[in-house]
Design a protein around this ligand. Structure first.
Ligand code: SF4
Ligand code: ZN
Length: 286
């Protein structure tokens, strides 16, 4: 198989685009797609001070590397969740990544809040999601960042949508937007610069560029049932994820009523925010 652009030996075949490419042409193709998506959907503004949330996985490694290649300035934030060897490995990977992309890396260790994720009982991933959103927002705001970017992929968004629709929930629109503007001064904008890219495309980019990333999953990761359904449809109907996503782009969002947590002062839905409830239950220092 030959590369469609330069006729060298192709190393990747992208069924969604019906093309095969060599390594160099793939890197260029991927960067161009990401750049086009950022411009088209106004994912970053001209004066943004960007903070990238990096977990140590392939998606956030690809995000840091491609944004650096395109020429965006940013700093990175890693949250050490205290999940034993897994977190130690992730932290090492992001430290290597920071050296490669030559950007500042900040690490917030959850133990500084008096607990770690394995000590949380009940729905661990739900609590972990709360913790990550809280720490990202607080860190970004206190350090003058105007937007926090995460490495969410096209499959993340489509599987999230399907799961919620199947569960009869309607409060999903905001999570599907490539950029969410703050509804309050305590909230920092959120962006998903890879929202149109698939996990396979990110993985290929990370492998070809030899980027550091943690290959195996978090020990608490649930079985990705909805993602498997999405992969299966994509397998049978190449291009499904990208087309579906295009149909999903919703422009409107209703403003939320803002309240502040009575303990920490961050934005909250109830009297006490979800983070402080978790911290109160599990922290030894609060
Ligand atoms: Fe947190 Fe691990 Fe669950 Fe991801 S899989 S949300 S890192 S506990
Ligand atoms: Zn709080």
């Amino acid at each position: 198989m030959k590369c469609k652009k330069c006729a060298n030996k192709a190393v990747v075949s992208l069924r969604a685009y019906k093309i095969a490419l060599c390594a160099d042409c793939y890197l260029e193709f991927y960067s161009r797609l990401v750049h086009r998506s950022i411009k088209k959907h106004k994912i970053f503004m001209e004066n943004d001070k960007i903070l990238l949330a990096v977990s140590g996985g392939k998606d956030s490694s690809a995000m840091a590397s491609v944004l650096s290649d395109i020429g965006y300035g940013f700093e990175m934030l890693h949250i050490d969740l205290g999940i034993g060897r897994y977190s130690e490995d992730c932290r090492r990977k992001v430290e290597e990544l920071a050296k490669i992309v030559e950007k500042d890396l900040h690490v917030v260790d959850l133990r500084d809040y008096g607990f770690k994720i394995p000590e949380v009982r009940g729905r661990i991933c739900s609590a972990c999601g709360t913790v990550k959103r809280y720490v990202m927002n607080k860190f970004a705001r206190e350090n003058g960042f105007t937007v926090v970017a995460t490495g969410h992929t096209a499959e993340d968004l489509v599987s999230f949508y399907l799961k919620n629709v199947a569960g009869g929930q309607k409060e999903y629109a905001e999570k599907l937007l490539p950029r969410v503007e703050p509804f309050d001064e305590k909230v920092v904008a959120r962006a998903k610069p890879l929202f149109e890219m698939s996990e396979k495309e990110n993985m290929l980019f990370a492998i070809i560029k030899n980027l550091p990333f943690k290959g195996d999953e978090c020990p608490y990761a649930p079985k990705p049932e909805w993602k498997e359904i999405v992969y299966e449809i994509e397998h049978k109907k190449p291009g499904f994820v990208k087309n579906f996503l295009r149909g999903l782009l919703v422009e409107t969002k209703k403003p939320l009523e803002t309240k502040y947590c009575s303990i920490c002062g961050e934005v909250s839905i109830g009297e006490v925010c979800a983070f402080c409830k978790i911290r109160k239950r599990f922290s030894k220092t609060s």
